[in-house]
Design a protein around this ligand. Structure first.
Ligand SMILES: O=C(O)CCCC[C@@H]1SC[C@@H]2NC(=O)N[C@@H]21
Length: 258
């Protein structure tokens, strides 16, 4: 039994209700089903592999390795709490947890963590409303142990194993990341994104960079701009080509210009 499997039966889960699966379609789907059945705030679903792991904008998340982290946490914010920038807060927590090994990890708006310019981790938050209360599944994948990536990911993705001479195992990573995530979410729910913006900005991969922006959720043309930073509510601020007042990007995707 690996240390990761050990951990699913240990107190290093810090008392959280948890399920660990050898294989699932998507930990987000399982967590949402568990939430509907009444699982409490903080409950965690993990899997060694996913057969239908997914990312934002309908993309697939390669999840077959058995060596990486696939995690979904059930989060039950208080009624009326804004959750629009929750994914950014998750990024802050993940980055701070992973900084134990890779302090230079950067945040690429809205939901990626980059190491050496390559994708190390991704975040997918999904919510449904129960009356006025959101029920949220915070899903994240961290490339921990895999050395090889399929197809185009070979040039764009990385892992702790690829970045470090002595990579940690998945259990160690999870044990660091979960408390960091909880701390970031607590600050976010107390004060909104403005309360953690200073923990995001110094690690923003886009600030000052030329970017292509798609402001229509994957369907529209890409527009060139320069990223300025983040607003207090988490929107990305960009300067249009030729100058002019900053424009807000609230959804969609952003690419660093080559
Ligand atoms: O980069 C992205 O677009 C987000 C990727 C999120 C992947 C994680 S892995 C655990 C959870 N289950 C899923 O199906 N997706 C998320």
């Amino acid at each position: 039994m690996s240390r990761f499997e050990d951990l699913s039966f240990e107190t290093r889960w810090l008392g959280r209700p948890r399920e660990h699966w050898a294989e699932l379609g998507s930990t987000n789907d399982r967590a949402m089903a568990w939430a509907r059945a009444g699982a409490p705030h903080g409950a965690i679903v993990t899997a060694d592999a996913q057969t239908a792991g997914r990312g934002r904008l309908g993309r697939a998340w390669a999840s077959e390795s058995g060596e990486d982290l696939y995690v979904s946490a059930i989060v039950r914010p208080d009624a009326g709490k804004p959750i629009g920038a929750l994914g950014l807060a998750v990024g802050v927590g993940l980055r701070e947890g992973l900084a134990a090994w890779l302090p230079a990890t950067q945040l690429k708006w809205p939901n990626d963590l980059l190491a050496g310019g390559r994708k190390l981790a991704g975040i997918l938050c999904e919510a449904r409303w129960v009356g006025s209360s959101p029920e949220v599944v915070v899903g994240f994948g961290v490339n921990v142990g895999r050395a090889l990536f399929p197809g185009p990911l070979a040039d764009t993705a990385t892992s702790l194993r690829r970045e470090l001479a002595a990579p940690p195992d998945r259990g160690e990573v999870l044990a660091r990341v979960l408390p960091a995530l909880e701390a970031a979410l607590a600050a976010f729910f107390a004060g909104g994104f403005a309360a953690i913006r200073a923990r995001y900005e110094p690690h923003c991969a886009l600030r000052g960079q030329a970017v292509f922006v798609d402001m229509s959720n994957g369907a529209g043309p890409k527009e060139q701009a320069r990223a300025l930073g983040l607003a207090d509510d988490g929107a990305l601020l960009v300067e249009p080509p030729g100058g002019g007042p900053p424009r807000r990007v609230e959804s969609g995707d952003v690419w660093l210009a080559p």
